[in-house]
Design a protein around this ligand. Structure first.
Ligand SMILES: *[C@@H]1O[C@H](CO)[C@@H](O)[C@H](O)[C@H]1NC(C)=O
Ligand SMILES: *[C@@H]1O[C@H](CO)[C@@H](O)[C@H](O)[C@H]1NC(C)=O
Ligand SMILES: *[C@@H]1O[C@H](CO)[C@@H](O)[C@H](O)[C@H]1NC(C)=O
Ligand SMILES: *[C@@H]1O[C@H](CO)[C@@H](O)[C@H](O)[C@H]1NC(C)=O
Ligand SMILES: *[C@@H]1O[C@H](CO)[C@@H](O)[C@H](O)[C@H]1NC(C)=O
Ligand SMILES: *[C@@H]1O[C@H](CO)[C@@H](O)[C@H](O)[C@H]1NC(C)=O
Length: 629
């Protein structure tokens, strides 16, 4: 406990030093404008400040203050209207924020995560001369916009923009955190090298005290224990550490994001279209789950287990995963019970993916493998009917998504809906058909109530990012993960494995780029985590193949890295996922109610949370406890 407190004080004071000042607190309760970073649903700040009608519920981060001075002459028609909108809000209208009478000032808060588009108008200023601009305000900055006439006769006004309070670099805490972790890694590597070179044992043997203690307690000499450890490791060597490390990386990102990601927009989920670091964790986890399906089935098959028995195991695991997911979401309000969820989605993808794979579980066809051309593509040819099924399911997905009109929404609309859209007829169309299916299948009260778009777009319809229709594309992703394990079990040389991982990475990544037209909102199929759109699945699979190739090369081929510390997290991923879900809100050592509410504090807190789970998984590995479902 004492170490923990010291660690926290150290980390947060290091991180704080970049980002304090400008804390003069007379920002008062003027008018707030911003977009609240609603992530997976853990943010209790959400309910804290009901007065902030426009959703700026945080004080210390992602905000700037803008004072607007109306310096027009004091007459009735000289009052001005101020409207704003975040540029992140796609196809949104400007929101009327304030009306300021002549000779008056108003201070508003604006969001600094994305640029803000603003418009200041007045009946006495001609439309062509409205003050109208897009500005990316800086964290904790203070700005002034002053409006005065240049030529009152011709209704020409002038907006002057000044910055009396310089903004801060919001990303400074990230650089500091990276330096801290790099420092820890360097120290670890140095200690490891010292240990390997035998310097430690030499040093220890110099200290006669230690020798005395050793002989007193009758412990065996260091060398003897080391030899036995090495032996037992050598026999276990068949397991691919890169797969566990990959899984560990995915689960660590997932926990970090669920804890709040330091409240940085790029460590939180996209508001609608687009992809952030946070959006990669879950698909990578699905991918790597697929990547171990084929390997474990082959192992069971070799042990002589029948297809029926393997299927029963698949069924049992899926039901248990699904059940745990339901229980984790229980809360105490059964009328608002959320049915879909992360573990439920995992369970469904696993069940379909593994069952599909089981159908083709048979010994490799040695005769055909002798054909050179066949051998080159054996990891695909052997499973052609799976491809047929998967492609059919994707065609069905696209037909439903783009050709069905539901709930009075136009066919093919897959946007976030909401009252902030220019087109008010779309306001109840959140998520298009995918949303309609869930609201009909599970009913409105039994799906996720606070989708990531809720504040930015002012959506009033619930939408579930782990809904039913997206399960089809997540099965496709599982299938791409299974492809990785087909490669591993069909080919044994590192070169043929690595080249295939990379080729798959380039093909899936390239397809994603074509589908989304290398554009956030304007392509054929934008990348979207809320919908699990095909381009999103392909993009995350592409990155997963490349990351897997990297891990495999560095860890299993070259032995440059042992996968520490992610390897440990990957060995007990489900356990630490469940653990962090249970302790997600304000369970002290892992997270707490932010005091300064700054990026620095949130980042320190969330990184400490993840680091603690890594330490716990190391300990579990040490005592050889592995949760198997
Ligand atoms: C959101 O839309 C509702 C109407 O559905 C409106 O009353 C409310 O003021 C809007 N909130 C914001 C922040 O625009
Ligand atoms: C508005 O701001 C200006 C400059 O800061 C100040 O001189 C003026 O007194 C303010 N007016 C009001 C009504 O607060
Ligand atoms: C300013 O806003 C008010 C209320 O929304 C509206 O009645 C008025 O016409 C607006 N004036 C201008 C110049 O847009
Ligand atoms: C903002 O300014 C641009 C040109 O500077 C103009 O084309 C546009 O119509 C203006 N927008 C509004 C809402 O006045
Ligand atoms: C706008 O006002 C500022 C200061 O009041 C002045 O420096 C600037 O020249 C004015 N711009 C125009 C186009 O008159
Ligand atoms: C959206 O739903 C609300 C509440 O059910 C309803 O009042 C509103 O008219 C609907 N809007 C549209 C555009 O259908």
């Amino acid at each position: 406990m004492a170490t923990y407190i010291v660690l926290y004080l150290l980390a947060s004071s290091i991180l704080q030093c970049g980002v304090t000042s400008a804390q003069d607190d007379h920002l008062s309760d003027d008018i707030c404008f911003s977009e609240y970073s609603c992530n997976v649903g853990e943010d209790s700040n959400y309910f804290k400040a009901e007065r902030d009608v426009l959703g700026l519920h945080h004080i210390g981060y992602d905000t700037a203050e803008v004072t607007i001075q109306n310096s027009l002459p004091n007459t009735m028609e000289n009052s001005i209207n101020v409207s704003l909108q975040s540029t992140e809000c796609y196809q949104c209208k400007l929101l009327h924020i304030a009306t300021i009478d002549a000779r008056m000032n108003t201070t508003i808060k604006v969001d600094t995560a994305w640029p803000t588009e603003w418009l200041i108008s007045s009946t006495s200023i001609s439309k062509a001369h409205n003050c109208n601009n897009t500005v990316h305000f800086g964290e904790n900055g203070r700005y002034t916009i002053s409006i005065a006439f240049i030529d009152a006769q011709r209704s020409v006004a002038n907006c002057t923009f000044t910055t009396p309070g310089r903004p801060q670099n919001a990303n400074l805490p990230i650089y500091i955190a990276i330096s801290v972790y790099v420092g820890i890694a360097v120290i670890y590597i140095i200690l490891l090298q010292l240990k390997r070179s035998g310097l430690f044992t030499k040093l220890l043997s110099c200290l006669s005290v230690d020798r005395l203690v050793d002989s007193d307690l009758g412990t065996p000499t260091l060398n003897a224990t080391e030899i036995t450890i090495n032996n037992s490791k050598a026999t276990k060597k068949t397991r691919l550490r890169s797969l566990d490390t990959f899984r560990g990386i995915a689960i660590c990102i997932m926990i970090f994001v669920n804890y709040g990601g330091g409240k940085y927009w790029f460590f939180l989920h996209s508001r609608w279209n687009g992809i952030t670091v946070a959006d990669l964790a879950f698909p990578w986890f699905v991918f790597i789950m697929g990547a171990s399906i084929k390997l474990s089935q082959t192992a069971q098959y070799r042990r002589g287990e029948s297809h029926g028995r393997i299927f029963l195991k698949i069924l049992k695991r899926s039901i248990i995963l699904f059940g745990i997911g339901l229980i984790l979401q229980a809360g105490n309000d059964l009328a608002m019970y959320r049915v879909p969820g992360v573990l439920q989605r995992l369970a469904a993808s696993y069940f379909v993916g593994a069952t599909l794979q089981l159908l083709s579980l048979k010994p490799p066809n040695e005769a055909r493998l002798r054909n050179k051309f066949y051998r080159l593509f054996a990891d695909i040819f052997d499973y052609w009917y799976e491809w047929v099924l998967i492609i059919l399911s994707m065609v069905a997905y696209c037909c439903v998504s783009y050709l069905v009109a539901a709930d009075g929404c136009p066919k093919g609309y897959l946007g976030p809906g909401g009252d902030n859209l220019k087109d008010s007829s779309l306001s109840n169309c959140t998520g298009g058909v995918a949303g309609s299916i869930d609201r009909w299948l599970f009913t409105k009260n039994h799906i996720y109530q606070r989708p990531t778009c809720i504040i930015l777009y002012n959506t009033s319809v619930p939408y579930d990012p782990e809904g039913a229709l997206g399960t089809i594309t997540s099965i496709f992703l599982t299938f791409l993960g299974i492809q990785a394990s087909k490669i591993i079990s069909t080919y044994h040389s590192p070169t043929s494995r690595l080249s295939r991982f990379l080729i798959w990475g380039v093909i899936t990544g390239g397809l994603a780029a074509i589908l989304c037209g290398v554009s956030k909102n304007d392509g054929w199929i934008p990348i979207n985590k809320n919908l699990w759109s095909p381009s999103y699945v392909l993009a995350s699979a592409g990155m997963a193949f490349i990351l897997l190739a990297f891990c495999y090369f560095v860890i299993d081929v070259m032995n440059w890295w042992s996968g520490v510390p992610f390897f440990y997290a990957g060995m007990n991923s489900i356990l630490i996922y469940i653990g962090h879900e249970i302790l997600v809100t304000f369970a002290f050592p892992f997270s707490w109610k932010a005091i300064h509410d700054t990026h620095a504090e949130h980042l320190a807190m969330n990184l400490i949370g993840v680091s603690l789970w890594i330490v716990i998984s190391m300990w579990l590995y040490y005592i050889e406890f592995f949760l198997k479902i």
